[in-house]
Design a binder for this molecule. Structure first.
Ligand code: PNS
Length: 161
């Protein structure tokens, strides 16, 4: 059976931590879709379409990666695209409780689905989109955390140019 995986998240914006995980996942799965959640209740810095465009730019060298967006339940999206694996990153103990809950809830909603947790490189274990947004909003240098063009987009958003 073809191993089709989804890498879901907010990606607001995509960071080197996400890209590190993507690089690892690409070697494990034949078909990988980065799925950006459409969540009207969560205030994001970038629109979903801006995020999708940034992810496309950041991942164009990967041939087996697709970019998509989804709303509603992740399990329903997984059923729709016939994916059997969800990839998530696990950085520190702080991530564990939420991820554990999410894994078990998703499995109880859709039995054939498995969650695969990947550890990023040690240099990205502290990295999150929210910390990148905060640094950028205060005029800090985010070039070690995100691709150059995303750093530019962050500058535009915060008007630090
Ligand atoms: O990058 P994030 O914000 O940690 O990603 C969280 C995400 C999008 C994977 C999660 O919120 C999600 O799956 N949302 C879709 C709604 C859903 O299925 N909720 C139940 C999961 S327990």
């Amino acid at each position: 059976m073809k191993k089709k995986a989804i890498y879901p998240g907010s990606f607001d914006p995509i960071t080197f931590g996400h890209l590190d995980l993507l690089k690892r996942s690409c070697k494990l799965f034949d078909d990988l879709t980065i799925a950006v959640v459409v969540n009207p209740h969560k205030k994001a810095l970038f629109t979903v379409d801006e995020r999708v465009a940034m992810i496309k730019m950041a991942t164009k060298k990967y041939r087996n990666v697709k970019i998509d967006k989804f709303d509603g339940l992740l399990v329903d999206y997984a059923k729709k695209v016939k994916a059997n694996v969800i990839i998530r990153g696990l950085r520190a103990i702080a991530d564990f409780e939420y991820e554990f809950q999410m894994a078990l809830v998703n499995r109880s909603l859709y039995k054939p689905l498995d969650m695969v947790y990947m550890m990023p490189s040690v240099e990205y274990t502290y990295l999150s989109s929210s910390i990148v947004r905060e640094v950028a909003s205060l005029g800090g240098d985010v070039s070690g955390f995100v691709s150059t063009f995303i750093a530019g987009k962050l500058k535009e958003k915060f008007n630090n140019a």
